[in-house]
Design a protein around this ligand. Sequence first.
Ligand SMILES: [Fe+2]
Length: 201
Amino acid sequence: MYKEIILDYQDLSPYLNKETLTTHLDLYRNNLNKLNSLLNQANYDYTYSMKDLISHIDIFNLNIRGEILYYLSSILNHNLYFYNISNNKNIVPVGTIAKDINKYFNSYDNFKKEFKAKALNLKGSGYTFLVMDDKGVLKIINTSNEDSPYYYGMEPIISLDLWEHARFLQYKNNKEAYIDSFFQIIDFKKINQYYEKLLQK
Ligand SMILES: [Fe+2]
């Protein structure tokens, strides 16, 4: 069985109120249960990490492959989103990620501006990601539904869930306020740890 992410917070008010966070976590846990149950039905032995299973999705029969891929990507996207945020007030980039954000986006302010514009431009449900492409270049991309940057050979570093389920209870249709709040709970200390580990691979 794949396990859920361990969180170092229970409440991110006022930026994400308890009802919004709890509802989102319930949906995430349901999707994880659904994924594990599909994998058990397919007699999968959990050989691969979740990320590696994406590139080995053809081990499953065609009739269940799409559904497994959807839930698998959903869990990976959510794991990163919930990892990226905290109450720790590390909202300014540090370390290698700070250096590389400046390298590829000129400044953190400019990065935030570009990330927000990309997120506001997303049509329908999906995500905005900071990714590293196969040449090591940092980029901001959108994906639809639960599609993962891994599909395109890119490593996600920051994940922002823009589905209505992530924000509607608190923010209604004010997507911009939700995005601004994300930058108040983003945790660059954790993101930098994740990024530095990625670069060592
Ligand atoms: Fe979500």
